[in-house]
Design a binder for this molecule. Structure first.
Ligand code: FMN
Length: 189
């Protein structure tokens, strides 16, 4: 009986070491990376707030070919890319996600899903065994298919509940972001 208990607790610690344990994502010693793409600054502002709250490292995803600055042109290009689930080339990240335990992944809601550079990031980097926490800013549509898309692209990660914040009110969303970060990291920071 005692041997069985020891074996069970060893298995539990091993699972914990692989990132499947119950330790809060914000526990002391947890290394947090915030990776995001932002076209007009709203998702960057949310990422900055998350960085302040978690003490993590934030890094933007940079498409090799930037999206047009003109809104209508960007919307048109994004429409085709989102429909075909395109994965445009992105610059290599300075941070190595392998060095982190918790990865916040941020994107604007584009055509109901993640912006294509975020899709590229999720396909290109192996986040298995990591705690992945998606967040989005949007123009009124909320999450739509954004969270489901990230789940589909991270089948071996531990996904936490996505945050969704209206882009037009991002400047006054600091409290809402803090509340959500508290929930998804287990309260510890
Ligand atoms: C190409 C494009 C497509 C968009 N599609 C949607 C959408 O389907 N639903 C929605 O709620 N907002 C949509 N928006 C609005 C953005 O999600 C919103 O403005 C967001 O906060 C922008 O984030 P950013 O400043 O980090 O780029 C779209 C914006 C752009 C530029």
């Amino acid at each position: 009986m005692r041997r069985r208990t020891v074996l069970l607790s060893m298995a539990a610690s091993l699972l914990g070491a692989c990132g499947y344990g119950e330790a809060p994502a914000g526990a002391a010693g947890t290394r947090t990376l915030i990776v995001y793409y932002s076209w007009s600054g709203n998702t960057r502002a949310a990422a900055e707030r998350i960085r302040e709250l978690t003490g993590g490292t934030a890094e933007a995803i940079r498409p090799v070919k930037p999206y047009p600055e003109d809104y209508a042109a960007c919307v048109e290009l994004a429409k085709g890319e989102c429909r075909t689930e395109a994965t445009p080339a992105i610059a290599a990240l300075e941070a190595d996600p392998a060095d982190y335990d918790v990865i916040f992944v941020g994107s604007p809601n584009w055509w109901g899903t993640v912006a294509p550079p975020v899709r590229t990031f999720l396909k290109q980097y192996d986040l298995s065994g990591k705690t992945v926490i998606p967040f989005f800013t949007h123009g009124g549509g909320g999450l739509q298919r954004c969270e489901a898309t990230v789940r589909g692209l991270c089948p071996s990660s531990e996904l936490r509940k996505a945050g969704a914040f209206p882009g037009s009110r991002i400047g006054t969303s600091g409290g809402a972001i803090a509340e959500w970060v508290g929930q998804v990291t287990g309260g510890a920071r």
